[in-house]
Design a protein around this ligand. Structure first.
Ligand code: GLU
Length: 469
């Protein structure tokens, strides 16, 4: 079988991570099986439609590296084909016009509610002669759902799911304004696109039964279904903005790496033994529907941080600098100079250890990206003021020092500590740190001095001295 999976998002403005996971699973399943992964935009709700929403989806997909086969298609553009199938169903006697007035429908609703029935439409036009049709009502088209018995679906994740016929009504496939319904459009598109596997959120599980009525009426073969449990927030409610970031765009803006987000989402809904760190290549090799978790996962932001930390460490310095540049610009209004980039490059290992995300990293690297004088907090200013004499001694020694390796710098600091601070290295290191970085917490300060080199180190010390009391 030539496997074809699909990702058919409705353009609602952003891409929820639940959708991102659905897309990733479909992509993985297609890759795993040498199949195709297609993307269809379900843009039939014209009142809500905006082209930028489609861009948000395609940008999110390409950021995640989820390449699709063929062109991205539009469901709306396929409306004539949907209407054609409605006509075919009418011709086959599998569908019929229903001329109920809004008042009649309301009456049915009230009655069915009073009787506690799951559906309300009483199928009054199913076998009625069209010559009875009232002239002033524009009809809808309804499909004939089975009147009795049960429908069972085998779902790759949820197992066997059964509903009784009375749970299904003769639902609408064409509205009175001539627009085909979503339920119909999905089935026609999936059929036409040769979709073999429908992997989607379990909020669509109930739709399967209705969609299967259409497949049966058309005599089309049905896809394999796999319905994924929802992603919940830490409190057990459906993950939403209320919990923090919930969309791909937000995680991207917060500086998470796509490979980290994918790995995290993969593990949130699927497992392979105890493996936590799983690359795309490994996931493609291992991914199978049977290993999808049956219960909903709770989003754990800290865990995502630690996965991101892992992937951050795998990225090259140049890569990371490229990712930091827009953040320097946006957050700090800094255009990174070649010199600053070279310093960051040289210091990247220690900076990486101190950061879990790209914005963290940019913050840690800020002293390489900017020149003093720095705005000091109270603690830093105090250390600088108290260490003024120490810094003066240090500067004098540095000026005549040739070897400016981290080790040589440390030795000089040690000498000064012995001479002026009762051997306490911290009494030297701390003011030096404030002078070079403007903070009281930074990578190893002797390494920083080595990276900045003698001239810049001495300039920074002198600037700091000018700003101390
Ligand atoms: N357009 C639907 C959604 O975004 C997906 C429908 C489906 O996967 O069948 O929820």
């Amino acid at each position: 079988m030539n496997i074809v999976t699909r990702f058919p998002p409705s353009p609602t403005g952003f891409m929820h991570v639940g959708n991102a996971r659905t897309a990733y699973f479909n992509w993985l399943y297609a890759k795993r099986n040498g199949g195709k992964f297609v993307v269809r935009i379900e843009d039939t709700d014209r009142a809500r439609y905006k082209p930028e929403y489609v861009d948000a989806i395609t940008n999110a997909l390409s950021w995640m590296g989820l390449d699709h086969d063929g062109e991205i298609t539009s469901q709306f553009a396929n409306q004539a084909r949907h209407a054609e199938i409605v006509q075919e169903l009418l011709d086959k006697g599998q569908a019929y016009y229903c001329y109920c007035s809004p008042e009649e429908l309301e009456e049915m609703r009230v009655t069915s509610k009073a009787e506690g029935r799951a559906t309300y439409y009483d199928r009054r036009w199913r076998d009625r002669d069209a010559s009875d049709a009232p002239k002033d009502i524009k009809p809808v088209v309804r499909i004939k759902a089975p009147l009795e018995g049960k429908m069972t679906v085998h779902d790759e994740v949820q197992g066997e799911v059964t509903v009784a016929a009375e749970q299904l009504d003769d639902f609408i496939i064409l509205r009175s304004d001539g627009v085909p319904t979503y339920m119909l459009a999905v089935v026609v598109d999936d059929h036409d696109m040769g979709i073999t596997h429908v992997i989607r959120g379990d909020d669509h599980l109930n739709n399967v039964f209705r969609q299967n009525v259409i497949y049966d009426a058309m005599g089309w073969s049905k896809p394999v279904y796999a319905h994924l449990p929802l992603i919940l927030g830490p409190d057990g409610a459906k993950l939403s903005k209320r919990h923090g970031a919930a969309s791909v765009e937000e995680f991207r803006e917060m500086g998470y790496l796509p490979e980290a987000l994918k790995n995290y989402l993969l593990r949130l809904g699927w497992s392979h033994g105890d493996d936590e760190i799983i690359s795309d290549a490994q996931a493609i090799e291992w991914f199978d529907l049977k290993d999808i978790n049956k219960s909903a996962g709770r989003f754990d932001y800290q865990k995502l941080d630690s996965v991101n930390d892992h992937y951050l460490n795998l990225r090259s310095a140049d890569d990371l600098i490229g990712l930091m540049k827009p953040i320097f610009k946006k957050e700090y209004n800094i255009e990174l100079s070649t010199q600053s980039a070279a310093w960051i490059n040289a210091g990247i290992d220690e900076l990486k250890e101190r950061a879990k995300t790209i914005p963290d990293l940019a913050k840690e690297a800020l002293f390489y990206a900017t020149q003093p004088p720095y705005n000091l907090d109270e603690k830093a200013q105090k250390m600088l003021d108290e260490g003024k004499d120490i810094l003066t001694h240090l500067s004098a020694k540095f000026e005549v020092q040739n070897d400016f390796s981290s080790e040589a710098v440390k030795n000089i600091c040690m000498e000064i500590a012995n001479e002026h601070a009762a051997g306490k290295l911290g009494k030297v290191g701390m003011p030096l740190r404030v002078a070079l970085t403007g903070t009281t917490s930074s990578p190893t300060i002797f390494n920083v001095a080595e990276i900045l080199r003698k001239k810049e180190t001495c300039t920074r010390i002198n600037t700091a001295l000018q700003n101390s009391d």
